[in-house]
Design a protein around this ligand. Structure first.
Ligand code: IFM
Length: 467
């Protein structure tokens, strides 16, 4: 059987985030996050659930480490909950919160897994939101204080730090489109929030390195290639618009020290900025944001296909059959991952790249024998790993892959209705049930290679995961 092998030392992992799996809402002195608050607003979460208990990782983390050990992974990408460390955003750090992550990090190291933490994965302390949230420059300063408190405690054991996860989602979905906490609908506020997220990244990266010159620092960005529905100039311009709005608004300031002029002009044309001078940018901001990074994490799920709508404004259109889609309605398009990695390498030349998230939501119930045959997820992962390997062959400095996600979890506004995990979680007792994809992924990790066909080869051996 043909095998596609990854370079020696390639880092295999899984990714999660605090708000999506931890629970422990009121434990260990944790404060309220914007998502705790948002989830109380009727209609904001599709299934009416709250992330108060979620996967109960706060209590079951030792078992989760066992699962990861069973998969043979080299690293675990998780996020730190800011309201667990600073329950009201600023002030004295909550030592119980730091103790929790210290124990987790020690447990990972004992199990031979590299802790790969992200400092911000969207769970802003509500108290900071009450002071303006990311639309306020003060929040960027608070983020530096928080980052230093965490890195001071864990820096002797954690080598690589990620500042933010997908700032586009935090800014645009949270402040501009209202789908995420805090649920605002103000494009100008969204742009201010984006800038302060980027600024906080740059400030924190410099502060972490001042504190620990050996630390590596990076950021994780979501990326979707934008393809034009037809070759018409209007459709190609619609694709350019999306690329500027979604991808380059973050890549350009980080790697080039400037917002993309065409995307700024798009915002001016829509009345969302007063002119080409961005009112929230101060002297030195872009130099801080473009501080050189040790790595960039790339999250890839799908591409978008764009066309000019009847009014000339850009719209995303669903690709035509025979394309297939995940439960998120996202097209399965593996080559977009290769294209993404090669594009970022070619246009921005990061020192090192990780796929920080990649995975698929599919709801596959257990069969009568208790087995979860998530063959579509295996097919998705198989195709995307081959695409990642092609990007390496084309020169992309890709050093690792983090599968999203270890567990079925709280998928933000979708609640628990979208299942990304390679382990299902029993809602009654929190028991983790390996899906076929968990066995398949273990085989990939063990072989450091993907085999020719996307079959679950050893799905019967569930004992590997009995914690
Ligand atoms: O669950 C999210 C994650 O929090 C951020 N990236 C995308 C995932 C799937 O929607």
């Amino acid at each position: 059987m043909s095998q596609t092998t990854f370079p020696a030392g390639f880092l295999w992992g899984v990714a999660t985030s605090a708000q999506q799996i931890e629970g422990g809402r009121h434990e260990g002195g944790r404060g309220e996050s914007i998502w705790d608050r948002f989830a109380t607003v009727p209609g904001k979460i599709a299934d009416g659930t709250r992330p108060d208990v979620s996967c109960d990782h706060y209590h079951l983390w030792r078992k989760d480490i066992e699962l990861m050990k069973g998969l043979g992974l080299g690293a675990y990408r998780f996020s730190i909950s800011w309201p667990r460390i600073f329950p009201t955003g600023r002030g004295p750090a909550n030592s119980a919160g730091l103790d929790f992550y210290e124990a987790l990090v020690d447990g990972l190291l004992e199990a031979g897994l590299e802790p790969f933490p992200t400092l911000y994965h969207w769970d802003l302390p509500q108290a900071l939101q009450d002071g303006g949230g990311w639309a306020s420059r003060d929040t960027a300063m608070a983020f530096v204080e928080y980052s230093l408190a965490v890195t001071r405690r864990l820096g002797d054991r954690v080598r690589r730090w990620t500042t933010h996860n997908e700032p586009w989602c935090a800014a645009t979905l949270g402040y501009e489109e209202g789908h995420h906490a805090p649920g605002h609908l103000d494009p100008a506020e969204g742009l201010r929030a984006a800038h302060h997220l980027l600024l906080s990244h740059g400030w924190a990266a410099a502060a972490i390195r001042r504190q620990d010159p050996a630390a590596e620092v990076g950021i994780v960005l979501i990326h979707s290639p934008a393809h034009a529905a037809t070759d018409s100039p209007a459709d190609r311009d619609a694709a350019r618009w999306f690329d500027g709005f979604f991808n380059r608004w973050y890549l350009d300031p980080i790697f080039r020290g400037a917002y993309p002029a065409d995307a700024v002009a798009d915002r001016v044309a829509r009345g969302q900025l007063p002119g080409p001078e961005l009112p929230f940018v101060r002297d030195g901001d872009l130099a801080a944001i473009s501080t050189p990074l040790d790595f960039v994490g790339v999250n890839y799920y799908s591409r978008v296909v764009m066309k000019a709508g009847p009014d000339g404004l850009p719209v995303a259109v669903p690709p035509l059959p025979p394309q297939t889609f995940t439960d998120m309605g996202w097209e399965v398009y593996p080559d977009g991952l290769r294209e993404t990695l090669v594009r970022i390498h070619r246009d921005y030349a990061p020192r090192r790249m990780y796929i920080a998230e990649n995975g698929a939501a599919y709801d596959d119930p257990a069969g009568p024998d208790g087995r979860i045959r998530d063959t579509r997820r295996i097919g998705y992962l198989h195709g995307h790993l081959l695409a990642a390997r092609s990007a390496i062959a084309e020169g992309a400095p890709l050093a690792g892959y983090f599968l999203w996600s270890l567990l079925d979890n709280f998928e933000w506004g979708f609640g628990f209705t979208k299942k990304f995990g390679i382990f299902a979680v029993d809602p009654q007792d929190g028991r983790r049930l390996p899906k076929d994809s968990a066995h398949w992924y273990r085989d990939v990790v063990t072989a450091n290679a993907v085999t020719g066909t996307p079959t679950a080869s050893s799905q019967g051996e569930s004992r590997a995961f009995d914690a």
